[in-house]
Design a protein around this ligand. Structure first.
Ligand code: GLN
Length: 533
């Protein structure tokens, strides 16, 4: 039977609960355990797929095609777990399922209520993951902050689950903040006491407090927090700010968090080697020998979370190449008029990530042209691949009216367009080409050299496709189609060969990159960028 760790957050949001949950997963894996992680989101959207990145940050996509919270990206990057649509439970999903059952008459005339029907449904979803994944430990992260009205049903559900399971089968870890007040030079414990008080009011007693702090916690402070929050002194764990998120597992390890969790869950798992992660990831992150400057051209550059997995994957490629990556964020709308050279000074590579909607498109196309004409390594992902195709069609093939029908319905040359079957779709939620699809690579192309194999599987999230009617014209002028979906003959990868490194892929390689297993395309992109003087 799987054991459970419930992670809640107190005091303020943005304490890094997702990274804490992922780091706990990592530490338990290094003790030889199998782990999975669930994210419970209290909002009423069924999934974040239809949300604007400014509302929610990046939408992360799993192999099975779920559009999920970006914390699932952290879970995948830190652990070896397999994540599916079941690993992201939203209030929207829970209510949708309960109301559908009610309409079917499944509740046999009962009044349908938050307790027990919503809370039972939450428990059912959590238990389903435990059952299907066959793991030793399930970590459940509850989104939001204790005290929010929205997250109450989730907290009640985990309270009941813990009661049902009993001691040594489930624990609660509360991530909290110890703010440092400069004027009195003190670290304050009161917000944490209040937050734990709030939790206790609803029947949850935390076993461990992960105290986010800018400064070390003294023994005296630890004892005070323990006494007033009703936890063991060893259960007060210091979680200091660190420079890189991948140092968080090491900082938890220093506090013996893994051994403490295992003790509380009564699991015997021998101490194993944690050094591989520390030596490869942490050391290289801290002391890189080289440096590469990459421009990321997008329309959500002000929000660090909007292109989370892209930035992380660039970082992983930096680790692989022993280089620090300096990211220059360029707003595509700023590139629409006038000279654009100044935006790319000292830039050794240009990346255009995925995106939707017409805003900033022409700016991205100008950035792509600049990279192509100046032999600057170019990496286009999803929209970045589609626009590279448009740019090539316009400026190399002379198809001045080339565009994607996403931006110009009646484009003269619709080099990117919808597939016939997609014309009928009217719903916006979960109706794109989503999840992992196979792709066959052409031998000796850049993409094939990077992967060192011919058949790959990568994740998708898009509606529009390369229009096969233009294959001939584009390839006759030198565009190389180096990856194709073998079942449906859809173009997946394009390259320009008379160039240092110019590649666009329809899929999202960033979702599969990990700090200790960098994605081959990102790795090669950075390797080539490092050769640009
Ligand atoms: N908007 C484009 C499409 O729907 C690209 C999507 C993306 O970049 N994720 O096909």
């Amino acid at each position: 039977m799987s054991k459970f760790i419930f992670v809640t957050g107190g005091v303020v949001s943005s304490l890094g609960k997702g990274i804490a949950a992922a780091s706990i997963g990592k530490l338990l894996e290094t003790r030889g355990l199998h782990v999975t992680i669930i994210k419970c989101d209290p909002y009423l959207n069924v999934d974040p797929g239809t949300m604007n990145p400014y509302q929610h940050g990046e939408v992360y996509v799993t192999d099975d095609g779920a559009e999920t919270d970006l914390d699932l990206g952290h879970y995948e990057r830190f652990t070896n777990g397999i994540f599916t649509k079941d690993n992201n439970v939203t209030a929207g999903k829970i209510y949708y399922s309960v109301i559908t059952k009610e309409r079917k008459g499944d509740y046999l005339g009962k009044t349908v209520q938050i307790i027990p029907h919503i809370t039972d449904e939450i428990q059912h979803c959590i238990k389903k993951v435990a059952k299907n994944h066959d793991v030793d430990v399930v970590i459940v992260e509850i989104g939001g902050t204790v005290g929010d009205i929205e997250s109450l049903p989730f907290l009640e559900a985990i309270r009941q689950l813990r009661w049902e399971m009993g001691e040594h089968y489930a624990i609660n870890i509360h991530v909290t903040l110890l703010p440092y007040i400069k004027s009195c030079g003190e670290q304050k414990t009161k917000p944490t006491q209040h937050s734990v008080g709030r939790l206790r009011e609803i029947g949850i007693q935390p076993d461990i407090l992960l105290c986010r702090t800018e400064r070390p916690i003294s023994q005296e402070q630890r004892e005070k927090i323990a006494l007033f929050c009703n936890v063991d002194v060893e259960g007060v764990v210091e979680a200091p700010d660190v420079k890189h998120i991948y140092e968080v597992p090491s900082s938890f390890k220093k506090e013996n968090l893994d051994s403490l969790i295992l003790k509380k869950l009564n699991i015997k798992a021998p101490e194993r080697d944690f050094k591989a992660w520390e030596d490869y990831v942490v050391k290289r992150l801290r002391h890189p020998k080289k440096e590469a400057t990459i421009a990321v051209v997008g329309k959500y550059i002000l929000l660090p979370d909007a292109y989370k997995s892209i930035y992380e994957a660039l970082g992983h490629a930096g680790i692989a190449n022993d280089a620090r990556i300096n990211i220059v964020k360029v707003d595509s709308e700023d590139l629409e008029k006038g000279k654009i050279d100044r935006f790319f000074k000292n830039v050794q590579g240009v990346l255009v990530p995925g995106g939707f909607g017409h805003r900033g498109i022409e700016g991205k196309i100008r950035a792509i042209r600049f990279a192509r004409e100046n032999d600057i390594p170019y990496f286009g992902i999803c929209l970045g691949m589609q626009l590279a195709t448009v740019e090539f069609a316009r400026n190399i093939c002379g198809l001045k009216g080339a565009n994607s029908t996403e931006f110009e319905k009646n484009a003269k040359d619709p080099v990117i367009s919808l597939l016939a079957e997609q014309h009928q779709i009217t719903d916006m939620g979960a109706t794109m080409r989503l999840g992992a699809y196979p792709c066959r690579l052409v031998k000796d192309t850049r993409v094939q050299v990077a992967y060192k194999k011919e058949d790959i599987l990568e994740r998708h999230r898009h509606r529009y496709e390369f229009n096969n009617a233009y294959r001939e014209v584009l390839t006759s002028k030198g565009l190389v189609i180096s990856g194709v979906n073998p079942e449906r003959d859809l173009v997946e990868v394009v390259e320009v060969r008379k160039h240092r490194w110019f590649l666009g892929c329809q899929f999202h390689p960033e979702f599969r990159s990990k700090p200790d297993k960098p994605h081959p395309l990102f790795r090669d992109f950075i390797a080539v960028a490092l050769t640009v003087k």
